[in-house]
Ligand binder design. Structure first.
Ligand code: DSN
Length: 425
């Protein structure tokens, strides 16, 4: 028999930390662009008995017995994902977005092959060829950035670069670029140089699922993403391909090349995530995420704060802090904002004169605050409070006043007012 006592009886030391983080989540305004709050149902699935099973392999072809229901559950997750986003082949096993990207590279390329992706410090991602990451160490990445004037991806320059480099994969996608991607141009560039088009949609796939953004599955050969950002689900990754053969190669790139046994509790959570994202309410949510980002952007601009690209089309706003205080680094600003109840991360701005660990910007994302229940009115309030705090940097008395207002606002919008399933808080 398993121990069926509640967690606070079994492990009070752990439970004290859990309680503190629940309180932290319930008492702040959350603006980390890659975070969200999973539902009770998703957490029930991730905390379920599916955590107990080994099932290496894929449905119908396992290295362990006892996989009858795991197979059905994984197939359910795959089918729900294809129904939600389109495509031909779905893989729901990646532990993370990084593992999803690794599986694509492992499955389709040889070490040393060429990929063209967006530079990390211009808005890309670690796994898009950063020299500190396996991607940059194993593959021959060339990087594109944004035009210094427009701060947008210059598709003509990208085309010229692709013609020169002749990569096997053209990789689109970002972790801090606040604008739509021109999928038609990406597609035609990939076709022109005989490359596959891969889109890493981790940040925005939830907005695609909610029909608030164009769908990269309509254009790309391969789409990778995470399931816990704007998609608001269980933590993990997934891959969709538009070709069965590509899907099978990538499937092998994941298992056995990159991963062993998958996290079946997380795959269970993904199955529930895809179900939730298919509901009409999720469309309302996705629209609201973008409306909130635009309301925040407009407020910052009205207060004289410079934003990279001058605004946003998606869930992201990238603030150039130098327009508020020339001496304030991203790191110091993020720490101060967290102390007054606004949680976000510092971020390099394009061509940042500061090193990445100090940076000159902060990145704002609206998926989590929208799940908290905030709408445009609160987004405007939040942007004003944030600007007040940045302007008051160093003035502790004023910051204490601002914190009171932030906490009062946050208290009206706790993500888990009743605690969460199996643990009342
Ligand atoms: N670490 C994620 C982000 O914050 O954008 C991407 O993997």
């Amino acid at each position: 028999m398993t121990d069926d006592r509640p967690i606070h009886e079994v492990d009070p030391e752990f439970t004290a930390l859990l309680t503190k983080d629940l309180q932290r989540q319930n008492s702040s305004i959350h603006l980390i662009a890659s975070e969200n709050f999973a539902s009770q149902a998703v957490m029930q699935a991730t905390g379920s008995v599916f955590t107990n099973k080994y099932a290496e392999g894929y449905p119908g072809r396992r290295y362990y017995e006892g996989c009858e229901f795991i197979d059905q559950m994984e197939r359910l997750a795959q089918q729900r994902l294809l129904d939600l986003l389109g495509g031909v082949h779905a893989n729901v096993q990646p532990h993370s977005g990084a593992q999803a990207n690794m599986a694509v590279y492992f499955g389709l390329l040889e070490p040393g092959d060429k990929i063209l992706g967006m530079r990390l410090d211009q808005g890309g991602h670690l796994t898009h060829g950063s020299h500190v990451n396996f991607s940059g160490k194993l593959y021959d990445f060339s990087s594109y950035g944004i035009d210094p004037e427009t701060e947008r991806i210059d598709m003509d320059a990208l085309r010229a670069q692709a013609i020169e480099v002749r990569p096997k994969i053209v990789l689109a996608g970002y972790s801090s670029y606040p604008r739509h991607l021109d999928y038609e141009a990406f597609r035609s560039i990939a076709d022109e140089v005989g490359a596959l088009l891969m889109v890493d949609a981790a940040h925005f796939i939830g907005l695609v699922a909610g029909k608030a953004m164009p769908n990269p599955v309509d254009y790309a050969d391969i789409v990778t993403f995470t399931t816990h950002k704007a998609l608001r689900g269980a933590r993990g990754g997934a891959i969709i391909t538009n070709d069965e053969d590509l899907g099978l190669k990538i499937q092998k790139g994941l298992f056995p090349d990159a991963q062993g046994g998958s996290l079946y509790n997380q795959i269970a959570g993904k199955a529930v995530t895809f179900h939730e994202a298919a509901q009409p309410e999720f469309r309302v949510y996705a629209q609201q995420v973008i409306a909130n980002a635009q309301a925040m952007a407009d407020t910052f601009l009205a207060r004289g704060v410079r934003l990279v690209t001058g605004g946003t089309d998606n869930h992201l706003v990238l603030v150039d802090l130098r327009s508020v205080n020339e001496d304030l680094t991203g790191k110091d600003a993020a720490k101060m904002l967290d102390s007054v109840g606004i949680t976000l991360n510092f971020n390099a701005i394009p061509n940042d004169p500061r090193p990445p660990f100090r940076a000159s910007g902060v990145r704002i994302g609206t998926p989590a605050m929208t799940t908290q229940g905030m709408r445009e009115e609160e987004a405007v309030q939040t942007a004003n409070l944030m600007t007040d705090a940045l302007e008051a940097y160093g003035d502790e008395a004023r910051l204490a006043e601002i914190e009171e207002s932030v906490r009062a606002l946050a208290r009206r919008f706790p993500p888990y007012p009743e605690g969460f399933v199996g643990y009342p808080g």
